[in-house]
Design a protein around this ligand. Structure first.
Ligand code: HXC
Length: 256
């Protein structure tokens, strides 16, 4: 059983709650390794269709644990290669939704951005305050924030270390939806339930096609999308999904 996480499963949706309330859910190697140890086996479970990652009302995660990092040397950090464990979370193929209440700062903001999209409460606060500590983002912030919100806003956030509220985060593309604070987890679970009910191959290729948009020229991305689209016509789920529409009934997807 993980010490730093609470994990529950309802049907095809797995809810993971980061649970270090005394440290504002600050992240350390234990959180990262417990997260990937719990989710990697579920990533290949045909019954699991979506992960939701959340924290508590006060914080999604207030960043990497500063008290644990303070005395570390360059050699320690290089040997530990702390970012690598988080990249394994980012590499999970099952869709991931971040349900953010309170602070998502530093590594917390980066972890939310590793998810496929973010649903935030009205009181959520995002930021990359590493500059205030004499460091810079280390698990993708400079890259993912820039892709999501553009260079100007990313430079502003990363160089000043200021926080951004949920409304601004939604208006600049960091956040997909803003809802009342007490509706964040339910809204994310509802979205996750929908995703989990769809055809797994279609969901997987949809994510890969969207992710391709960030990593390739438009012509390459369009070709990738076209081939993925065409390949889904080899699945039973495509036949079933379209037959169900025509027959005015709910589809029964099997992932085949
Ligand atoms: C360790 C933390 C922490 C953190 C909060 N706490 N954030 N401990 N690491 N990142 C602890 C505090 O020390 C305090 O413990 C308790 O949580 C409550 O925090 P307060 O500061 O008293 O609360 P509040 O005044 O409400 O302010 C909340 C806050 C602030 C705005 C979130 O705590 C804050 O600015 N935290 C640091 C945010 C940050 O710089 N994150 C980036 C970290 S670097 P005690 O025991 O004193 O009560 C990073 C790099 C990522 O993330 C790259 C990795 C490779």
């Amino acid at each position: 059983m993980p010490d730093t996480l609470k994990i529950s499963r309802t049907g095809g949706v797995v809810l993971v709650r980061i649970d270090r309330p005394k440290q504002m859910n600050a992240l350390n190697f234990q959180v990262g390794s417990e997260l990937v140890s719990a989710l990697e086996p579920l990533d290949n479970d045909p019954e699991v269709g979506c992960f939701v990652l959340t924290g508590n009302e006060a914080a999604f995660a207030a960043g990497a644990d500063i008290k644990e990092m303070q005395a570390k040397t360059f050699g320690d950090m290089l040997a530990e290669d702390y970012p690598a464990i988080w990249e394994r979370f980012g590499a999970l193929r099952t869709p991931k939704i971040a349900a953010v209440n309170g602070y998502a700062l530093g590594g917390g903001c980066e972890l939310a951005m590793m998810c496929d999209f973010i649903i935030a409460g009205e009181g959520a606060q995002f930021g990359q305050p590493e500059i205030k500590l004499g460091i810079i983002p280390g698990i993708g912030g400079s890259q993912r924030l820039t892709r999501l919100v553009g260079r100007a806003k990313a430079m502003d956030m990363i160089l000043t270390g200021r926080m951004m509220g949920a409304a601004e985060a939604e208006s600049c593309g960091l956040v997909a939806r803003v809802v009342a604070d007490d509706k964040v987890v339910d809204t994310a679970l509802d979205a996750a339930g929908r995703i989990a009910a769809y055809s797994k191959p279609a969901v997987q290729l949809a994510r890969e096609a969207v992710n391709r948009a960030e990593e390739s020229a438009l012509s390459e991305g369009l070709l990738f999308e076209r081939r993925m689209f065409q390949s889904l016509f080899a699945t039973h789920d495509q036949k079933e999904g379209m037959a169900a529409f025509i027959e005015k009934r709910k589809p029964k997807f099997t992932g085949k």
